[in-house]
Design a protein. Sequence first.
Length: 286
Amino acid sequence: MTAPKAPAGQEAPHRALVELDHVSKYYGNIKALTDVSLEVHAGEISCVLGDNGAGKSTLIKIIAGLHRHDAGTFLIDGEETTLVNPRDALDRGIATVYQDLAVVPLMPVWRNFFLGSEPTTGAGPFKRLDVRLMRETTRSELLRMGIDLRDVDQPIGTLSGGERQCVAIARAVYFGAKVLVLDEPTAALGVKQSGVVLKYVAAARDAGLGVVLITHNPHHAYLVGDRFVLLKRGAMSGSHTRASITLDELTRQMAGGSELEELSHELERAPAPTHLGGHPVPGKAE
């Protein structure tokens, strides 16, 4: 499928790396996702916000190739696509970093960096892992992303949660990802570590990747996001660009908006009675 030519004197529209158009996913009679649309552009961060059960995990699994969508259109580089499995997604340039991080805690950082894609040297019975290359590459790639680890030989389990997230981001960039999907990367982190991770999310964006940031935190999303899609019970409750919404409004919509206002009225404390059965309440002024 080729993109239509722009009229003379006009630039061709910037095509999305990944685009979901009214995508739905069903599990029997259960509608896990209904008519969700999302665009991911190079050098931009698209944030998907929603509470638990909003459909964020299902959306990730569709983009990552774990699940096939049942309705709607899924396009990669403008071509309609149905991903077969996660390897298919990786081959198409889509890398997903899950919240629980698939790392081996007792293995060194460099081994985790190349886990499943280890380069070798030699041939035949002399073929072996190229440990020197992996160490040097891991160190240089982390430095290129601005990550200065004390020692790439240390077990990755000794790193903080934020540092492990950063290693995973650098790994995806090194292995040629065009689209980086991050599943709640700051969910279990403190303020300082969250800031570190968001810094490297922005670095991936500045390296030209299209980033999908899944989060329930509108403050983190607004710090780095260019586009915002809000999910509620498997359906879209809003879609905005950064220029079209403020942080306060994004937070209000994320928190439930009118529903939260209605709840606040219900929870308002009723005025205390000043009389009981015609007699003054002790301690209450007449």
